[in-house]
Structure formats: C-alpha cells, structure tokens
Design a protein around this ligand. Structure first.
Ligand code: HEM
Length: 339
C-alpha cells in the first residue's frame, strides 16, 4: 500500500534498485563525511537557539535541521514550511494505508487513500519544481534513470526525504523522552557533552540504547521471490514476511534483561554487542542508505539539544504513535526549560 505514495529504491529490486540507488547513494556518503560534522552541528545549534522553548518548538527545529541537511546533500535549499506540511499530510494518509494493509478496505476507501496520496505528491512536486536548481536536480535523476519505465524523479526524491528526515527526528525525540524520564542520567550526559570531550561514551551508549529500545522502523516487510525454507518455515513465492526489529532488539539470547531500558547497557559500553542483534538501520545490501548520515545527524542533534535544554517528566508512561515511523505520541508529559 505504501507504493500508493510512489516508487523509489524502497520498493524495487535487482537492476532497477541498483540504478535508483546510484542516483542518491553517493550524495549521502559525501554528506556524512567527517568534514561536514561542524556544519551539521551548526545547523542544529542555530535552529534550536531560536526555537520556542517547548517540545513542539524543538521538534520543528529538528525537522527544519534534518530537511536542510537532506536538501544540502543534493545541493538544494529546503523550503521548511511546505515540506513540513507535506510530512503532516503524508503521516495522515500513511496511517490510513497501513490500517488498510491489515484490515481489508472497501474499494472506495482504498481508492480514496490512493487518490489522496497521489494528490500530496503532486502538490509537493509542483512546489519543488518552482526552484530551478531543484528542477535541474530532478533532471539529473531522470537522466540517470533513463532505462526505467515511468520513472518519477519527484517520487524518488520524496520517498528518500521521508526515509531520511522522519527517522532521524524520531530518534532524537525518543532520546528527549528518555532524558526526561531519567534526571540523573540527563545530568551525566549534559556533563559529558558540556565538557566538549572528543569521546562521549556514555552519550553514545544512551543513543544506542534508545535506538535498541525504540527503533524508528520497528518492523519491515519483505516478499519471498521464490519458494524456500528458512529455519524450518516453508515460504511460497509471493508470500509476505514481516521482520520484527523490536523482536531482534529484545532477543534474550543476545541481550541481558532485554525488556529493561538500561542507560549504561554493558553490551554497548563494552562494545561487546552482537552486530546481528542491533539493526536500527537494518543490515545487508538493503540496509539504510543514509545510515552514516543519520548517525551523524542524531549525534550532533542530541549534543545541540542537551547543551541548550533540560527536560523533566511527570510520569514515565511510554506512549507512541506509528505512521511513517514509531515516534513518541504528541502531548507527552515532558516539560522543557532552557539551560
Ligand atoms: C536514525 C536515522 C535512520 C534510521 C533509524 C533509518 C532506518 C532505516 C531502515 C530500517 C531502513 C530499511 C527499510 C526497508 O528496507 O524497508 C532504511 C532504508 C533507507 N534509508 Fe534510512 N534510516 C535513518 C536515516 C536515514 C537518512 C538520514 C537517509 C538519507 C538521507 C536515509 C535513507 C534511506 C534510504 C534511501 C533507504 C532505502 C535503502 C534501500 O533499500 O536502497 N535513512 N532506513
């Protein structure tokens, strides 16, 4: 059903996937180079310095920062407002599409959701193409994809944008959520970051534990391309398989007390965790194309957030919302103050 929003490297295979991947991949690797660390840091620091002192204000600044970084990877300048509106509209339609993939919709419901998804992408495309640099970049996308029938550069761009922005911001939102719930941990992380040390092992561990416990993409689906048997389970070609990232991240064979959120988790502090059991960016050839950039952004955004704000929670109830990613639900009981 997600294909209703468009086709991109996400929902293609083999040669077509390799062609689509080549359009964006070098850009992501270049943007994640250590030389860009300072500019990524500056983008989040500046945005957060002038935002409203509230969760909503911080969230907006994080979105604007992640969009700026995404657009910059393609030599473009983000139009924060229309892009934020696009994301809100997409979240709404995706929630419906996801529901319909579990509960069969009527034809009218299905067609309505597909119609709305297409309208959103079309609106975004016409707005994007008003910028001549973006139009030139979309032209490059099309030239590189010359062999693909009905290729839409806008769909490719938009799907990549969702992948890059929503996941990154969501991760930082979960870090904020957990900082609010753990005042002593928050003090320790603030001390580590404010000390401007080159190594921040406790902060790194905290980010990892947050991604283990709240992976922004909690599960994935794959389609068996041929009849096969995996671990005794027989699969027929065309069958859908759901992979639980949460399940892997809470597997008792790999983690001690997997159901506990442990800010100083031994497996991360000692760097002894099994790489197969920590897959927030997935693994294998189809793993996240922006994993390095995403990691860089999350690290710099968390530093900027912790330097500038303190958080407190009145309760420790985990509430979440699932649309493009698994994110903390709006209206959480977190209070924000500027440091
Ligand atoms: C903390 C941040 C991020 C997380 C947790 C994350 C997670 C993931 C996961 C789990 C997938 C696999 C999805 C699937 O196969 O259905 C994926 C794919 C992808 N992600 Fe990310 N991502 C993050 C940041 C980014 C960023 C910053 C970008 C680009 C700027 C990006 C671009 C992509 C792309 C293009 C794919 C498709 C890979 C392919 O099949 O070719 N992601 N991501």
């Amino acid at each position: 059903m997600i294909s209703a929003l468009g086709f991109s490297r996400f929902n293609t295979n083999d040669e077509e996937w390799a062609t689509r991947r080549a359009i964006t991949q070098e850009r992501y690797l270049a943007a994640a180079k250590p030389a860009h660390e300072q500019s990524v840091s500056d983008i989040f620091n500046v945005g957060l310095a002038s935002c409203e002192t509230s969760l909503a204000g911080i969230q907006q600044a994080l979105f604007a920062g992640a969009m700026t970084i995404f657009y910059q990877a393609f030599g473009l300048v983000a139009e924060a407002r229309p892009t934020a509106v696009l994301l809100d509209r997409v979240r709404d339609v995706l929630r419906r599409l996801q529901y319909y993939s579990w509960v069969t919709p009527t034809n009218d419901e299905r067609n309505g959701a597909i119609h709305d998804a297409r309208a959103i992408i079309a609106d975004f495309g016409s707005q994007l193409m008003t910028d001549p640099r973006a139009a030139a970049e979309m032209n490059r996308f099309s030239n590189q994809a010359a062999g693909i029938d009905n290729f839409s550069p806008i769909e490719e761009f938009v799907m990549n944008l969702f992948a890059g922005v929503e996941t990154t911001v969501t991760t930082v939102q979960w870090v904020i959520d957990r900082l609010g719930a753990n005042p002593q941990v928050q003090d320790r992380i603030h001390e580590e970051i404010a000390g401007n040390k080159a190594q921040t092992p406790f902060t790194d561990c905290f980010i990892n534990e947050t991604m283990r416990y709240f992976p922004p993409i909690p599960f994935l689906t794959r389609e068996a391309s041929a009849d096969t048997v995996i671990d005794g389970a027989r699969l027929r070609a065309g069958q859908l398989v759901m992979l639980s990232v949460v399940g892997v991240h809470q597997h008792p064979e790999f983690w001690e007390n997997p159901r506990t959120f442990d800010a100083s988790r031994k497996e991360f502090i000692d760097n002894s965790f099994d790489r197969r059991a920590f897959i927030p960016f997935l693994t294998g050839p189809r793993m996240c194309g922006g994993a390095r950039l995403g990691r860089l952004e999350v690290e710099q955004a968390v530093r900027a957030v912790v330097r500038q704000f303190a958080f407190a929670r009145t309760d420790d109830i985990i509430r979440f919302d699932y649309a493009l990613a698994l994110r903390p639900a709006g209206g959480m009981s977190v209070t924000v103050s500027r440091r």
